[in-house]
Design a protein around this ligand. Structure first.
Ligand SMILES: *Cc1c(COP(=O)(O)O)cnc(C)c1O
Length: 453
């Protein structure tokens, strides 16, 4: 048998619909609540922040939602994305497992994020919106929205978490190249940012704070809306093009995964690869194990509480039921900036409660070691976030070796690490410390969760 390495789809095979897992859930996810009344929110409550097309997608229970033609035209710049078999890594590990990875680093931004940035910019432009505000951690989401905004002639204002703003100057240069404006968060341009800086002038920032700043500005102006790069149902749905393509590519390989692995920050790239497989299983198909991998320093799925919480630190968002470390929790400054979020997508959290997915956590050092091994055998230098998925897949492959099983493992290589080389330099210099989160701070953040009857 030939040792095929690369699985490519024709443009004509690119999916025409996003997959909505809400159509196939054995029970619906708990409702989103208004922060004041604790009653379920309706579409109108969300209208100040999002265009109606996206709000309707957020609450839809239709299984397939058509990808508009202008979005498909842009997707074709890099999609369908390749899937590879990691023959060299398999050999290095001496595993009988077959390891496949879907590569999302081929997008202009270098990650999966443009899969949702493009449709979000499209629907906002269609609704007559002139300006988008958003947050970004490592800069992947900011880069993606800046790129999408430039295509649809939208102004984009980005609050970048302070630590990442300082650690990754090239990311800001890319965002500015696409025409976006980038501010370090906490900033002095919002009421909330100023209040945080007053308490702690050297605050490293967090995604929760940056979200509050972006929401605050969007809520003030009619021509301005807010865009979120993860967590929300419609964002996860836009990413399902990843898993749908992967299903076609697994068919090309004449195999089906026994295990699907993804890293989780807010949960979007994980959902993108996993939801189509989970849905297929819920409709009677094979049921692969689905493994979410998160950082040990910000472990919402493995250590968080399943409870109603705010999506942001300033408590401006609705309440969603999710695995959370508490909205005031500030994770330590590790390098996978995209995974430094206190909560987990409500749909991913719900699936965890239904035991339809598993979760594990690894330290930053373990994940970089896995990423370096991967780079040396497969050639691609993964993003620090993606290293968590690489680590998860390697652990599954080593388990297969111990158990003498030739399982098929599929993981999402959600982005490349070309803008993260300072982190790799630090790793090689032995300067990457595995900073643990503060248990007392976690306890305090959890004690401060809103009480919802
Ligand atoms: C943003 C980002 C993540 C984390 O976000 P998810 O919504 O959990 O996918 C992970 N990997 C990369 C490369 C990212 O850019």
């Amino acid at each position: 048998m030939s040792q095929q390495t690369k699985y490519l789809l024709d443009e004509s095979q690119m999916p025409k619909f996003w997959y909505n897992i809400q159509a196939d859930l054995p029970q619906p996810a708990p409702p989103v609540l208004h922060p004041g009344t604790h009653q379920p929110v309706g579409p109108d409550d969300l209208a100040p922040l999002f265009p109606m097309d996206l709000i309707l997608q957020e609450v839809s229970t239709e299984r397939e939602i058509e990808i508009p033609e202008p979005v498909r035209d842009i997707y074709r710049l890099w999609r369908p994305a390749p899937m590879y078999r990691a023959h060299q890594l398999e050999k290095a590990l001496g595993t009988p497992a077959k390891i496949f990875y879907k590569y999302e680093g081929v997008s202009p931004a270098g990650s999966h994020k443009p899969n949702t940035a493009v449709p979000q910019a499209f629907y906002n432009a269609k609704a007559g919106v002139k300006r988008l505000t958003t947050e970004t951690g490592a800069g992947q989401w900011g880069t993606s929205l800046a790129f999408a905004g430039s295509l649809f002639d939208l102004e984009v204002l980005i609050f970048q978490v302070r630590v990442s703003y300082d650690q990754k100057p090239y990311r800001r240069a890319v965002m500015e190249t696409y025409g976006a404006r980038c501010l370090a968060s906490p900033s002095t341009e919002t009421v909330f940012g100023r209040s945080v800086l007053e308490q702690r002038p050297d605050h490293p920032g967090s995604l929760g704070i940056a979200i509050s700043e972006a929401v605050e500005l969007a809520a003030q102006r009619d021509d301005t809306k807010y865009a979120l790069g993860s967590v929300l149902n419609h964002v996860l749905m836009h990413q399902t093009i990843i898993g749908q393509e992967s299903m076609l590519q697994m068919e090309m390989a004449d195999l089906w995964p026994d295990v699907v692995v993804g890293c989780t920050g807010g949960g979007s790239n994980f959902s993108g690869i996993a939801f189509p497989f989970i849905g297929h299983g819920l409709r009677g198909g094979p049921k692969p194990r689905i493994v979410a991998v998160e950082p040990a320093a910000c472990p919402s799925l493995t250590r968080g509480r399943y409870a109603y919480d705010f999506g942001d630190t300033g408590h401006m968002t609705p309440l969603t039921k999710m695995h959370t470390l508490g909205s005031t929790f500030t994770p330590p400054s590790f390098h996978a900036g995209g995974l430094r979020y206190h909560g987990m997508a409500p749909l991913v959290s719900h699936l965890k409660e239904l035991n339809l997915i598993e979760a594990t956590a690894y330290t930053q050092g373990e994940c970089f070691a896995a990423g370096v091994l991967f780079a040396r055998h497969e050639g691609i230098v993964p993003a620090p976030e993606a290293n968590h998925a690489v680590k998860g897949a390697i652990e599954e492959a080593l388990r297969c070796k111990r158990e003498g099983r030739s399982e098929t493992i599929l993981f999402n290589l959600c982005g490349h690490g070309h803008f993260d080389m300072t982190a790799y330099q630090k790793y090689f210099a032995g300067e990457l410390v595995d900073e643990a989160y503060d248990e007392a701070e976690l306890a305090m953040a959890l004690a401060g969760l809103p009480s919802v009857a």
